[in-house]
Design a protein around this ligand. Structure first.
Ligand code: ATP
Length: 363
């Protein structure tokens, strides 16, 4: 029998860093921790939680974003990070969010942004006639390169002659490892990988994706490997989502396609994600942001955060506990025991209670 402790290292425990962050981050993270406590008894090893107060309040107080040495501490001392959300209207240009989240993503080299797009109840999809079995895909978004690598600059800024450039960075190593991760995942699912790019227009950058994909296809001959240009992929996700099992794509296209993915299965409140480097300390967070408009009102849907926690359990080798949490989330959704964004009546903590109860009952 395992359990959850706060700060005191139990022998062989999973050490989890908890960063609740801003806005609705702390509210939804509290529910994810509640469900983690409920599932702890069936876990193979105990869990030790350590909370970090990085976020807008801390930045406003003392200017701290990601403290010196924090990355090394997390990388060497923790199995995973459970993250809420960052973003606060009081912080200019969200410097704290950029430093903390992008800092961790790049410094921990979390090259996989993994986002499941799974329909839990037919009532939640805006797509006519689509059933639960029609929408079940796993999106692998490259997370450290591409147009979001921050390489570029301005020339003659603020003048009529200004030039603004963001370079699209694609390395052979970066492309190969995300494609490989997608192929590996497909082997444990329906054995189908679709790569999406825009090689017809971005001939150099996405030509590299095409050539690398063609090579890996031979190595993973047991997996059905197909390709769609990103504009077609967006259309097909709406028209025929059942075509997709594992979808792999670049950083920016993944950003866009996964928001579309969230929309076809019930919206931002439900969407979960992992920022992963296999075998290393990885970060799990709901897809939504800090939603300042609803913060502190008990309106936030905690299911995205709870599902992200389930993904974290999977990552740390607690697959049975992860499956139990996912089953509990599916159960509350079909029971309608949800928050207002999904058409329910429950508050954030009441919804978290229902998931925790369902986890316990399955025990
Ligand atoms: P960011 O830039 O941090 O992504 P954003 O304002 O663009 O922030 P969100 O913070 O995700 O995006 O919020 C978008 C809207 O979606 C919010 O105004 C809120 O109404 C709704 N929303 C987001 N997350 C949730 C949630 N967990 N439960 C209910 N509604 C949510």
């Amino acid at each position: 029998m395992s359990g959850v402790t706060q700060g005191n290292a139990a022998k062989g425990a999973h050490r989890i860093a908890v960063i609740p962050g801003d806005g609705i981050g702390p509210e939804v993270t509290a529910e994810a921790v509640k469900v983690l406590r409920a599932v702890a008894p069936v876990m193979r090893r105990p869990v030790e939680l350590q909370e970090f107060d990085w976020g807008a309040e801390r930045w406003l107080r003392d200017g701290t974003t990601l403290p010196k040495g924090a990355m090394e501490e997390l990388r060497d001392g923790y199995s995973a990070i459970l993250f809420g959300a960052l973003g606060d209207p009081r912080v200019p240009e969200q410097v704290h969010a950029r430093d903390i989240l992008l800092g961790l993503r790049f410094q921990l080299d979390l090259y996989i942004n993994l986002r499941p797009v799974e329909l839990l109840d037919e009532r939640l999809t805006p797509l006519k006639g689509k059933r639960v079995s029609d929408i079940d895909m796993l999106v692998f978004r490259e997370n450290t390169e591409g147009l979001y690598a921050g390489v570029g600059g301005n020339f003659k800024k603020g003048t009529a002659d200004e030039i603004a450039i963001n370079e699209d960075i694609n390395t052979r190593k970066g492309v190969e490892r995300i494609l490989r991760a997608a192929f590996e995942a497909a082997r444990g699912r329906r054995k189908k990988v679709c790569m999406s790019d825009k090689a017809n227009a971005l001939t150099y950058a996405h030509g590299l994706w095409q050539r690398t994909f063609a090579e890996l296809k031979k190595e993973y001959a047991d997996v059905e490997a197909t390709h769609l240009y990103v504009d077609v992929a967006a259309m097909e996700m709406v028209r025929a989502p059942e075509r997709f099992d594992v979808l792999v794509t670049s950083n920016m296209f993944g950003d866009i396609l996964t928001d579309l993915g969230a929309a076809i299965v019930g919206g931002l409140g439900l969407a979960a994600s992992g920022n992963i480097h296999p075998g290393r300390c990885s970060l799990f967070e709901p897809v939504h942001g800090s939603a300042p408009d609803i913060a502190g009102k008990g309106l936030a849907n905690p299911l995205g955060a709870i599902s992200s926690m389930a993904m974290m359990l999977e990552h740390i080798g607690e697959g049975a506990a992860a499956a139990r949490v996912q089953a509990a989330v599916a159960r509350v959704v079909t029971d309608g025991a949800v928050t207002r964004d999904l058409g329910g009546m429950l508050s954030t903590p009441a919804c978290g209670d229902r998931v925790a109860d369902a986890v316990g009952k399955a025990a």
